[in-house]
Design a protein around this ligand. Structure first.
Ligand code: AMP
Length: 440
């Protein structure tokens, strides 16, 4: 499945290639074709599934492709309602990125900031209005917005808007929209009876789409944390990869960091490549193909780049850095242990990441083995006592480390005693043989 086969215009395809999107996510594949046909949609999908593009792309296509000139050039033709200012800003950013070759005009209105600049922006004219319900009501009251030419209404995170008490505002806003020739796309993680009632009242025979919760963690995955000082992470990563020749997806937090890791691994003789949003489509496609056919064993990715990557059945994922959002851990690990296969999820965790680790353990509701690696034990043990019912086992892993001073049981290692990774790498290079666990 490709974006081309979904029937999107070349200007959108170009923008998507520039974003580095290789293929549509499941919600995009399911929602875009009926949306382009002008059907109403009732879509069950949560954040992280690519739902913003699932509605933004058909929206842009409907507004700008085919030379449909608006009769009222200053009046918005599409309205996106979303619960928070952060989401509104994010949608705006996405619409701008996807619509950059179409001359798309979007304006955002949300509360907590002055209303006058928003009034000025609305006066100058916009095609797409992205709004939180409360502030949009303010604009309706001040008559600074005209909603009588809205052709497409998107209700984003409808369940959250209802949880936040926006139902009366939404109903009021709906009263200002045209009833005829309007298309409505409702996105929601859950479908409480109130949402179904809203859909029944305001939508016409919607196409119902339900996307499964993305990448739930398989029970066949072993989760392991190697506590380590931040400045030793790279050496530990190299050490682990040199001793395990399996195909491994490594996650870094930033594009720059992913590049540096791939380079460092390459310099050490491993076959590695990086994949992230700054790489061209051709580079991404090649790295992925090389990884799949075994030409390279290590692919270093950022969270965003890894989304929508069609890699399945991976034996091992290593988090060089923990993700900032616990849910992303689930996305990352969802690529291993599928279909009953064994999977290993290793995270290199420094003290700075204790809070993130706590969040992940809470989300997983699962014990995670905490295992310092000989020679890489951190200067002090990780604090994991969070009442999340997990019992860490902070004992050094035997057999994983090189010969050298054993890490003390509770991490009172002093750095002088533990060999620094740098020294040990030099030693290995000198000895020559230890890299040979991977084919050259
Ligand atoms: P959302 O669920 O809309 O919040 O999107 C989650 C993230 O996935 C955003 O950072 C998007 O930029 C990214 N994304 C959306 N669609 C794709 C795609 N087809 N391929 C890769 N990344 C995508």
């Amino acid at each position: 499945m490709s974006f081309e086969t979904l029937g999107l215009a070349p200007a959108l395809l170009r923008a998507l290639a520039e974003q580095g999107y290789a293929q549509p996510t499941p919600i995009q594949a399911a929602a875009i074709p009926p949306a382009l046909e002008g059907r109403d949609l009732l879509a069950g999908a949560q954040t992280g599934t690519g739902k913003t593009a699932a509605f933004s792309l058909p929206l842009l296509e409907r507004l700008y492709v085919g030379n449909r000139k608006p009769t009222q050039p200053k009046t918005p033709r599409a309205l996106v309602l979303t619960p928070t200012r952060e989401l509104a800003a994010q949608i705006h950013e996405n619409v701008r990125a996807y619509g950059k070759h179409l001359g798309a005009r979007a304006t955002t209105v949300f509360g907590g900031v002055g209303i006058n600049p928003q009034i000025d922006a609305l006066r100058r004219g916009t095609d797409i209005l992205i709004a939180t319900p409360g502030r949009l009501i303010d604009h309706i009251q001040q008559r600074s917005v005209n909603l009588s030419h809205i052709e497409v209404l998107v209700l984003d995170e409808a369940d959250r808007m209802l949880d936040m008490g926006f139902l009366p505002s939404i109903k009021r806003i709906l009263g200002h929209l045209p009833k005829q020739n309007r298309i409505t796309w409702l996105f929601s993680a859950t479908f409480a009876p109130q949402i179904k009632a809203l859909a029944a009242e305001f939508m016409k025979e919607p196409v119902e789409i339900q996307i499964a919760k993305p990448n739930s963690v398989a029970s066949t995955v072993t989760h392991r944390v190697h506590p380590v000082d931040a400045d030793k992470k790279r050496d530990l990563l190299l050490h682990l990869l040199e001793n395990d020749a399996r195909q491994t997806l490594v996650f870094g937090r930033t594009k720059h960091g992913a590049d540096k890791l791939a380079k460092m691994l390459g310099n050490a003789g491993l076959r590695a490549a990086a994949i992230h949003g700054n790489k061209s489509q051709a580079q991404r496609t090649r790295a992925l193909a090389d990884f799949k056919n075994g030409k390279i064993n290590v692919l270093v990715a950022t969270d965003i780049a890894a989304r929508g990557l069609d890699i399945d059945q991976l034996p091992m994922v290593i988090n060089h850095d923990l993700p900032m959002v616990a849910e992303d851990y689930v996305h990352r690990i969802g690529r291993t242990g599928r279909a009953g296969a064994e999977g290993l999820a290793i995270s290199l965790v420094s003290h700075e990441e204790e809070g993130l680790l706590r969040d992940i353990r809470r989300l997983l509701k699962q014990d995670i083995e905490i295992a310092p690696v000989d020679g890489f034990a951190p200067s002090r043990p990780l604090r994991t006592d969070d009442g999340a019912n997990a019992r860490p086992t902070q004992k050094p892993r035997q057999g994983q480390g090189r010969p050298g001073p054993r890490a003390p049981r509770h991490g009172h290692a002093n750095n002088a005693a533990a060999p620094s990774g740098k020294t040990s790498r030099k030693r290995r290079r000198g000895g020559g043989g230890q890299r040979s666990s991977r084919p050259a």
